[in-house]
Design a protein around this ligand. Structure first.
Ligand code: FES
Ligand code: FES
Length: 169
């Protein structure tokens, strides 16, 4: 990639994408403006609120702090990549059921942080959930409903995997 513009090739939500962008354009803006994945939100723009959280190569990152060039060759997952075949991800369903989303600005980032947490710890306790979501701010819910949503999703995933195991026997 040149210093000014270049083509980045990366995999976004399982799809190979190539976009020509200014090298220092933020990943957040590339996702929203170039790929039209507007689920990822901008809150503070300074790495403080977590609204722009996406998963990049299996880590949670604040996409407002990631220059596009750093995403070259990366695997990116955004909130649009959670639902499969039109079915909500268990976390999305749990946020819906438990009232974990109110104004919704923090919700995509919360969902990605929770996805990251459950990927590394499928059965987190409340302290681990608090720690896992500590980089994400919500001005509406008081957090309890968000934490309850994560607990509900973890239980659902446990039930699903137990059901699959029973079915395989
Ligand atoms: S918008 Fe990126 S952390 Fe707030
Ligand atoms: S639901 Fe409004 S900021 Fe979290």
């Amino acid at each position: 990639m040149s210093d000014r513009h270049g083509t980045i090739r990366f995999c976004v939500n399982g799809e190979e994408r190539a976009v020509r962008v200014p090298a220092m354009k933020r990943l957040l803006d590339v996702l929203r403006e170039d790929l039209h994945l507007t689920g990822t939100k901008e809150g503070c723009g300074e790495g403080e609120c977590g609204s722009c959280s996406v998963r990049m190569n299996g880590d949670l990152v604040n996409s407002c702090l990631v220059p596009a060039l750093q995403a070259e060759g990366a695997e990116i997952q955004t909130v649009e990549g959670l639902a499969t075949s039109g079915a909500l991800h268990p976390l999305q369903q749990a946020f819906l059921d438990c009232g974990g989303a109110q104004c919704g600005i923090c919700t995509p980032g919360m969902l990605m942080a929770a996805t990251q947490l459950l990927a590394i710890n499928p059965h987190p306790n409340m302290a681990e959930i608090r720690e896992g979501l500590a980089g994400n701010l919500c001005r509406c819910t008081g957090f309890k409903r968000i934490f309850d949503s994560v607990i509900a999703a973890a239980a659902t995933q446990h039930d699903l995997s137990a059901g699959q195991e029973a079915h395989a026997r």
